[in-house]
Ligand binder design. Sequence first.
Ligand code: CP3
Length: 343
Amino acid sequence: MAHAKKLMRALAGEAQAVPPVWLMRQAGRYLPEYRATRAKAGDFLSLCYTPDLAAEVTLQPIRRYGFDAAILFADILLVPQALGADLWFVTGEGPRLSTVTAQGDFDALKPADAIHETLAPVYDTVRILARELPAETTLIGFAGAPWTVATYMIAGKGTPDQGPAHGLREGQPALFDALMARLTEATIEYLSLQIEAGAEVVKLFDSWAGSLQGEAFARYALEPAKAIVAALKTKYPGIPVIVFPRQAGEAYVGFAKATGADCVALDNSVNADWAAKHVQIDGCVQGNLDPKHMVTGGQALIDETRRIVEAYSNGPHIFNLGHGITPDADPENVHRMLAAIRG
Ligand code: CP3
């Protein structure tokens, strides 16, 4: 039976003249109402762990723009924190974590099923959203993919080339594999409880998949995604999964099929005509407008938006950016983009 929600219809394989649309990081610093709620929470992590406020910032872009999906407000680094890592955010610099670089660091981590104690407020946020979202809006839950989360846990921060994580996987493969296995298990636990709480779709963010090549890509990006999708499909066969192996390039081809995912999200380094031909033939794709257009606007924003809608118009497509909307984006440009999509 056809689903009433536009996003669910795209995930079921339906091509639509007007695609469903949402934006990565749609709740964020470019919105004055987000900045106000974040100030009320005090800091970013308090915002993530206060269900009423996390639900409020999730709903803000839905009220302002009427997106077809809301994404749970949280962060991929809450999972390492729930496993026992220290986590804090340095203003203007980004996340900092205690590192996992030796066997003793790994041994100090909690088992995967112990994460729920810390993450319980996130499930409460999902429950509030499931109740409060408009009937036509799909609720997306998410987690970081094991490789991307491991890059932060190993380096203790974001890195330009994921060097420390590559060093550990080459230098101490047994320790690295143990960390990947723990993260895979924790991710399945975390997404399962988001689904139990009311998430209708889940998305796996592998933001640094592009730094893995060949055999390493297969082993650390594709295989963990496949294991997570398989575990979720066994328990929740009706819940679609979106995978985002960012910067995968040619490796986007066949990725959804190989992992069993319902949709692959494309970053903006990928040409839309190429992706329609080589990736969308397998099913739904999401993406992939360059986020810079949300800053620069003008006719280029309208032209590029229309070009992307047109390129994917013969198959199932969820319109999105190729990466998160940035804090310097103009909120009015989002309205202009929506007008170009919805007419
Ligand atoms: O998309 C959404 O609106 C949902 C919420 C969400 C956030 N982070 C909120 C957030 C999601 C899905 C994420 C995912 C995330 N977090 C990723 C994967 C996607 C990507 O962007 O590649 C990564 C790598 C992180 C880790 C992270 N969190 C970093 C590197 C930073 C600092 C960078 C920055 O933008 O400041 C964060 C903080 C963060 N997560 C913010 C938001 C809205 C900004 C925090 C603030 O309000 O100051």
